[in-house]
Design a protein around this ligand. Structure first.
Ligand code: AP5
Ligand code: MG
Ligand code: ZN
Length: 217
């Protein structure tokens, strides 16, 4: 099962990807998480990427395409993977298409989660993320059992640097300009499934499982 989760910042890609990982045992490939890991480790790539991320801008295509190319060829991707936050530009989508076709690995679905702007801002500004396992929470919509602590691993919850109000606005603009065109791109490829991301987390998850049931059989 090879799928892409597509949608604006805060639509629930990461939240739903983690549930797919738990249920189906295929890895989540989040370019955002990989980049945040590189920032934390202060690698040359991380230091370079941080400048873009803090401004709410996209990291250059060559960098993320390189990351994904390498990642999808690892052994744990043999039975599939979930791409979360990649591709985000038309050149990234073309590069992915090329590499997957050279590996003989077609995509099953591109699931697009639709959420309106006001809800996205609420979700991003109340998000808390685990420093250790990357699991996301929300102070109101998905609160941790114990304030400030991850339910899964006990790690410390923090607010992402790019979840500040001014950066959120820029990220949403960037999404509209550079990533939203991928909806049409994948519609034309016949891979697009659109889901209502405004529903609560368990309902969206229920709908995703129905879609995935189609690619299991
Ligand atoms: P990335 O980490 O991918 O961020 P993003 O796309 O902006 O998406 P988010 O992670 O903010 O949102 P999400 O959809 O995962 O929502 P979540 O599930 O957490 O990228 C960060 C940066 O890295 C980019 O800005 C860019 O600089 C760089 N980058 C990454 N990939 C790149 C690429 N391919 N090319 C170039 N640059 C790249 O949910 C959000 C909140 O809402 C949570 O608090 C959650 O609990 C809550 N929530 C979730 N679902 C619901 C629901 N149904 N109802 C109520 N609350 C909900
Ligand atoms: Mg995410
Ligand atoms: Zn954790």
């Amino acid at each position: 099962m090879r799928i892409i989760l597509l949608g604006p910042p805060g639509c629930g890609k990461g939240t739903q990807a983690k549930m797919i990982v738990d249920k189906f045992g295929i890895p989540q490939i989040s370019t955002g998480e990989i980049l945040r890991g590189a920032v934390k480790d202060a690698t040359p790539m991380g230091l370079e990427a941080k400048k873009f991320m803090d401004g709410g801008l996209l990291v250059p295509d060559e960098v993320v395409v390189g990351i994904v190319k390498e990642r999808i060829q690892k052994k744990d991707c043999q039975n599939g993977f979930i791409l979360d936050g990649f591709p985000r530009t038309l050149p990234q989508a073309d590069a992915l298409k090329k590499v997957l076709s050279s590996l003989g690995l077609p995509l099953d679905y591109v699931i697009s989660l639709e959420v309106d702007q006001k809800a996205l801002i609420e979700r991003l500004s109340g998000r808390r993320t685990c420093r250790d396992c990357g699991r996301g929470f929300h102070v109101a919509f998905d609160p941790p059992r114990c304030a400030g602590k991850c339910d899964v691993c006990g790690g410390e919850l923090y607010q992402r640097d790019d979840d500040r109000e001014s950066t959120i606005e820029e990220r949403l603009n960037v999404y509209g300009r550079q990533t939203a065109p991928l909806i049409d791109y994948y519609r034309k490829e016949g891979l697009l499934v659109t889901l209502d991301g405004m529903e609560d987390i368990p309902s969206v998850w229920g709908n995703i499982q129905q879609v995935l049931a189609g690619c299991m059989g």
